[in-house]
Structure formats: structure tokens, C-alpha cells
Write a protein that binds this ligand. Structure first.
Ligand code: ZN
Length: 537
């Protein structure tokens, strides 16, 4: 009997719809398409589109797993893709495998959307292409939609000076009105806490790539980039990135993929471009600078806002691809670089010398070589600029680097903040009398303007070496640990991005009715000492 005849007409009509129910995201070869691709680069993916796309990848490949990076402020699950051959079930699987973990993050500012499309396209092409590149040497983690709450506020009214996509983009802020790329020290957002705890502490990627779109100066190159800039990070990593890794990635991008790139920045003086080119500041509240403090490599990818959307997506795609090609080829060197940075950091903290210092103020200097930018003299008149690139932050004022920090307070917020960063925190269980460096506060000034919901403090005072009694319960933070630079940045009294600046100690800086500030409640133990203590869990 002919079975076809038994199928009611209504079902025959439905068959194409059932078969192509995912037609918005499936290409002719049934590979998923991003919204950027399927819309002809007039629109960007919504949260639901990203989740569907990832589901389709999972249907077609066994080399991908999805973890939860966090639940966003408005309650959306932020997916973290784990891609490997085999795909590790946890970081423990990598203990003896010698693969390097690379982390790509996109859409942190949800108006800056091409990284979201490009990272999804790249992972699809790696997983569903012919030869599955990179995965012999690399495990690739991707958070394509790091700020979903900002993404879901898509409107053509957002970022109107940006050249597409026409149908609109999301907003810069997360669901708490916070700029996530200013949150890496205070960790007030679930997204950045998730990044630190579930990506950086858990997987320990050797490289983080954070995808953005520029906001300013006019030039031709669609891709711009810079590395971790804070000079308290390991200098060998900064030197490696700026002298070797990034120039080679840029060359590969140009020669193999015909995409031009320049170091990220803006004209110092737009009216007088010859003065030079400069990126944003060195503070670790910026995620790529923070990762540098953790002795890991990082790349800030800023795609050119005036390039059309399609050019930006493909620019970001080939940039990410070039980064992976570089890491694939130089994996052993990168692994060795971060291992030795950690070893040096621990070694220094075991017995810091008088020469070991920590920068709290910076001067900005140009690199030795000038950079070339294809800019514009007037809107339609091209001009090649050879400019000094001001991206070398050097210490202007430094303080002694200690053996450890002591905090004789019982403040869960402070203890938790240190633990969230992955810093080892200990507690004295016997009293101790120690020669420490105290910081006598003379002035505490809160910024007049609110920034990220804070009046940031800046302090003045003087250091005095004295004997002090510390009761049981005092927190002790040793600097003989890989995250010592993060700990010092959070705890140094004069730090411009630490816990005193971000108001965590406010209640302890002034006592009621007193006109003068108290001593800073963070004390520096300069010399090694034997302390009876236990680790805080
Ligand atoms: Zn941005």
C-alpha cells in the first residue's frame, strides 16, 4: 500500500516547516548561522538566538560542552562554551595533558556586538569544518554573550554613531547599571564574579581575549588591540606581548586574511594628532589589565566603530582566528612564560628584599618605536600618521612590597572579596606582636562625582614602622602566592583601585565624632615571621 496517501494533507503542508523549523539558524549544509549572517549583517543575535545556536553546535559535535559562567543580574544563564578534543569534563582532566586554555569573551558592552557573532562563527567553523584545527594544543573557552541583560535591550537608538547593525544593538551596562569592564577589582556584578570564579580561578586560562568596539578616533584599520598595561604585572609577559606576540599576530592577520590592524588608542589631542596615540588607563578595574596582574596574557580587541558591521564581524573573526593560530604554534612558550611568572612571584613573596616594590602612581611613556596609523586629515582626506604610542606605564611612586598584609578586623565583606579573587587568606589563631609598617592617614578624600555607584577614596598619609599587637582572628594575606599582585593592589593603602578606594573600609577610616581619620586598618609585615594561623575556606 502506498503509505504517502495515508498522510493527511495538513501534515504534508507542515513537513517543510517541521524540517526547517530552525531555518533561521541553519544554512543549506545544515550548519547553524548567526543572526548577523542570516540577516545579511543588518541585525545581531538575541539571547535566545545564541542559546539556539549553541544547542545546534552540541547536536552536531561531541567536542563541546556548556558550563554556567553565572546567572546574570536579571536572571539569565550566561553560557560558557568549553571546546576541546577530547572536551575536558573539568579542569582536572587537563592536569597532565599539556594543552593551553584560551578564553574568548564577547559582548561585555552589549552595544559592541561583533565579537558575539564572530566568536560563535569561529567555534562553529572549528567544530564543523574539515580538519578541526587548534584542538591538539588548545582548549578553547568562549563566553559569546557575557552581558545578556544589556544585549536584550536592543534598539536602533543605542550607539547611534556606530556603523550598524541597522536593526540595533544592546546597551553598555549590565542589569545593575554597572559597566562590567570597570568591575574587575570590586566584583560587584554576578557576571564579573562569575568570570573570576568560574573561568579564571577554575580553568586558569593562559590568555583572555575581551571583544569590544571603539568609541573614538577616525582611522581605516578595522581591528585594534592592546595587552595588559599595568606595570605591577610580570614584566616579561608585557614585554613578550608588545614586542613579539602582538606584532606577529597583526602580521599574520594582514598577510593571510588581508585585515589591517593597529594598536588600540585615541589621539591624545584630536586637534593635533601628531602628539601621539594612547589607550585607556592602567587600572586593573579594566579586565585585561586585571588579567595581567594575575600573571596571564590578555588582549583587548577593539573593533573600529565606523567600519560597517560586516567588516567588523569578519575583522573580529580573523583576528580571533589569528590569535588561536599564534597560540597553537607557540603554546609551549606561553605555558612556560606564565609558569615562570608565577614562580618568580611566589619566590619574591617568600622573602621580599628592600628593592622589591609596588607601583601606586604611574608615568606614561611612549614605546621606542612609532606606530603607523591610516587616519584622516579631513573626513574624506586620508593621511598616514607615524605617531609615538604612549602605552608604557612606568612607576612614578612605589611602596615597599611586603611579606604579607595584616587586617585586625572581622569584616566578612573584605574576607569574601579576597576569597572571590582566588587569593589565599589565613587567620591568626594565636596573638602575635610584630614589627609592621603602619599607614598613618592624614587625609581621606572621597571623589565628588559618583563613579559606578561609588565616591572613590584617595588617601594621603605616612608610613611608620612600629611594633603592634595582633589578636587571634586577624587576617593574614601572604604574598608568597601566584595572585600576590592582585592582593597587593587590593590592599595597598594608596592603591588607586583597591578596597580602600572602593569604600570597603569606609566605616573603619573615621570614628564617630572624630575629626581626624584613624590609622589605615591594613598593616604591612615587611620581614618573614612565623605565625600560628589557619587557612580561611
Ligand atoms: Zn567596550
Amino acid at each position: 500500500m502506498n503509505t504517502e496517501r495515508k498522510i493527511p494533507h495538513v501534515f504534508l503542508l507542515l513537513i517543510p516547516f517541521l524540517f526547517f523549523s530552525n531555518s533561521r539558524i541553519l544554512s543549506a549544509e545544515q550548519k547553524p548561522l548567526t543572526v548577523a549572517e542570516s540577516s545579511g549583517f543588518t541585525a545581531t543575535s538575541r539571547y535566545k538566538d545564541v542559546i539556539e545556536f549553541i544547542g545546534e553546535l552540541q547536536k552536531q559535535s561531541s567536542l563541546i560542552r556548556v558550563e554556567s559562567l553565572c546567572i546574570s543580574a536579571e536572571g539569565r544563564g550566561v553560557p560558557l562554551l568549553v571546546v576541546g578534543k577530547p572536551v575536558p569534563s573539568s579542569p582536572l582532566d587537563l592536569k597532565y595533558s599539556n594543552r593551553a586554555v584560551i578564553y574568548i569573551q564577547a559582548n561585555i558592552h552589549a552595544g559592541e556586538v561583533e565579537g558575539k557573532e564572530a566568536s560563535l562563527m569561529l567555534i562553529r567553523d572549528i567544530l564543523l569544518g574539515n580538519n578541526v584545527p587548534f584542538l591538539d594544543n588548545l582548549v578553547i573557552l568562549v563566553a559569546p554573550i557575557f552581558n545578556p541583560d544589556g544585549n536584550e535591550k536592543i534598539s536602533p537608538e543605542n550607539r547611534r554613531s556606530q556603523n550598524g547593525p541597522r536593526e540595533g544593538v544592546g546597551v553598555r551596562y549590565n542589569g545593575q547599571n554597572l559597566d562590567l569592564n570597570r568591575d574587575a577589582m570590586k566584583l560587584e556584578s554576578p557576571e564579573v564574579r562569575g568570570l573570576v570564579q568560574n573561568v579564571l580561578n577554575r580553568w586558569d586560562p593562559v590568555l583572555l581575549v575581551d571583544c569590544h568596539t571603539t568609541d573614538g578616533s577616525y582611522h581605516e584599520e578595522p581591528v585594534t588591540y592592546v595587552w595588559g598595561l599595568n606595570p605591577n604585572g610580570d614584566p616579561s609577559i608585557i614585554e613578550y606581548m608588545r614586542s613579539k606576540m602582538m606584532p606577529l599576530i597583526a602580521r599574520n592577520l594582514r598577510e593571510k586574511y588581508k585585515v589591517l590592524s593597529i594598536p588600540y588608542g585615541n589621539f591624545i589631542d584630536p586637534g593635533n594628532p601628531e602628539k601621539g596615540w594612547r589607550p585607556a588607563g592602567p587600572q586593573p578595574r579594566f579586565i585585561t589589565n586585571y588579567v595581567g596582574l594575575r600573571n596571564r596574557l590578555s588582549i583587548l580587541d577593539e573593533n573600529y566603530t565606523h567600519a560597517d558591521f560586516k567588516t567588523r564581524v569578519w575583522g573580529a573573526y580573523y583576528f580571533l582566528r589569528s590569535i588561536l593560530e599564534y597560540c597553537d604554534k607557540h603554546k609551549d612558550k606561553i605555558l612556560q612564560l606564565v609558569k615562570s611568572a608565577d614562580q618568580k612571584t611566589i619566590q619574591r613573596g617568600m622573602c621580599p628584599s628592600k628593592k622589591d616594590s609596588f607601583a601606586v602612581e604611574y608615568d606614561l611613556k611612549p614605546l621606542k618605536d612609532k606606530i603607523t596609523i591610516s587616519g584622516y586629515k579631513k573626513t574624506d582626506q586620508k593621511k598616514i600618521y607615524k605617531l609615538p604610542y604612549f602605552c608604557d606605564y612606568v612607576p612614578r611612586k612605589s611602596v615597599r612590597f611586603p611579606y604579607g598584609y595584616l587586617i585586625p578586623l572581622s569584616v566578612p565583606e573584605i574576607e569574601n572579596k579576597l576569597l572571590q579573587h582566588g587569593i589565599t587568606v589565613e587567620k591568626l589563631i594565636m596573638p602575635a606582636t610584630l614589627r609592621v609598617e603602619s599607614f598613618y592617614l592624614k587625609e581621606v578624600k572621597a571623589s565628588e562625582r559618583l563613579f559606578q555607584g561609588h565616591h572613590l577614596n584617595s588617601v594621603k598619609g605616612k608610613y611608620v614602622v612600629e611594633k603592634k599587637d595582633f589578636p587571634p582572628g586577624t587576617l593574614f594575606i601572604s604574598t608568597a602566592q601566584p595572585l600576590a599582585n592582585v592582593a597587593a593592589y587590593l590592599l595597598e593603602p594608596e592603591s588607586d583601585d583597591g578596597l580602600i578606594a572602593w569604600n570597603f573600609f569606609d566605616r573603619y577610616l573615621f570614628l564617630e565624632w572624630r575629626r581626624k581619620p584613624e590609622n589605615c586598618p591594613v598593616y604591612k609585615l615587611l620581614e618573614p615571621a612565623k605565625l600560628v594561623k589557619e587557612t580561611v575556606k
